[in-house]
Design a protein around this ligand. Structure first.
Ligand SMILES: C[S@@+](CC[C@H](N)C(=O)[O-])C[C@H]1O[C@@H](n2cnc3c(N)ncnc32)[C@H](O)[C@@H]1O
Length: 279
């Protein structure tokens, strides 16, 4: 397959050009995921890792699409509860139905801050900030493992008012944070900064639905990538919503979170999803 780098020419001004090297020779989760979704913003190393993953678990691209569909359902649901501010950490490379597009279909004034630690996402800042709605959007390069820096970033506060409820989105990103880094503490720090009535939208990879060898093979493939993957059990994922009120149907296999069709409900995806409200 040819190496499509057309995005390099399309989306940057000199100011936006990421300072960091994209390290095309190393597989990156954002670009691997982009390949699973059928996107072209990936390099040969990303495609090779993705194909290895598909060889081990052929339904992975379908699972990635199911995760994306969960994100969109959850954003629609939360926007429908009157939430008009979204902090989307681990944004990914833009694709159809980005958070601000879905939220602004419900409320054109909805504001979104996108956060990702991969500079390729920043390279697409304009795609993430364009749209029909009137709500503000911002894209920042920052790391979920440093929540204090995200919370202190003035660009976050230009778009989001932390005195009003915010939806914190951690969709398919926490499994890139190792247990040793206390992912539960990171999430708690972010939630502490948000007022009552805020929401957490979360999905997370699990090995619970696979033979142990499959999950282990997946971990091995990501070992050569820019971020390692730590699938978690249902019990571990449930710790992220401690002290929150889970919205129906609670913590479930991600295709089972309020599917909008029988077809959506049946897609195999080795991940859990939950939406919960801060009391
Ligand atoms: C599987 S994609 C998910 C994208 C999107 N949230 C979705 O569900 O469609 C994971 C994203 O998380 C980002 N990511 C991984 N580790 C991160 C970290 N420590 N801080 C911020 N972003 C991170 C990756 O760069 C990638 O864009």
């Amino acid at each position: 397959m040819e190496n499509d780098v057309s995005w390099m020419a399309t989306d940057w001004t000199e100011e936006e050009r990421p300072a960091t090297d994209l390290r095309p020779e190393m597989p990156h989760p954002a670009r691997i995921y982009n390949y699973f979704l059928g996107g072209k913003d990936n390099f040969p190393a990303d495609r090779a890792a993705a194909e290895q993953m598909i060889a081990v678990a052929p339904r992975t691209p379908g699972a990635a699409k199911a995760n994306r569909a969960f994100l969109q359902r959850a954003v629609r649901f939360v926007a429908g509860q009157g939430i008009d501010q979204f902090l989307d950490i681990g944004t990914g490379i833009p694709t159809a139905g980005n958070t601000h597009e879905v939220a602004q279909q419900v409320n054109p004034k909805a504001g979104v801050v996108y956060v990702d630690n991969d500079p390729i996402v920043l390279a697409h800042a304009r795609a993430l900030m364009a749209g029909a709605g009137h709500g503000a959007t911002a894209v920042i390069q920052a790391d979920l493992r440093e929540p204090a820096a995200i919370l202190a970033d003035p660009r976050v506060h230009e778009v989001l008012d932390f005195d009003r409820p915010v939806a914190l989105m951690l969709v398919a990103v926490l499994h890139f944070v190792d247990e040793e880094l206390d992912p539960y503490g990171l999430v708690a720090t972010l939630l502490e900064a948000l007022p009552s009535g805020s929401y957490l939208i979360l999905s997370h990879a699990t090995g619970d639905f696979d033979p142990p060898a499959t999950a282990e093979a997946g971990k091995q493939i990501y070992k050569k990538a820019a971020a390692q993957v730590s699938p978690r059990t249902r019990e571990q994922v449930a710790r992220f919503t401690a002290g929150l009120e889970e919205v129906e149907p609670g913590l479930v296999a991600l295709s089972r979170w309020r599917p909008e069709s029988a077809e959506q409900a049946e897609v195999w995806a080795p991940g859990y999803a939950v939406v919960a409200r801060k009391p």
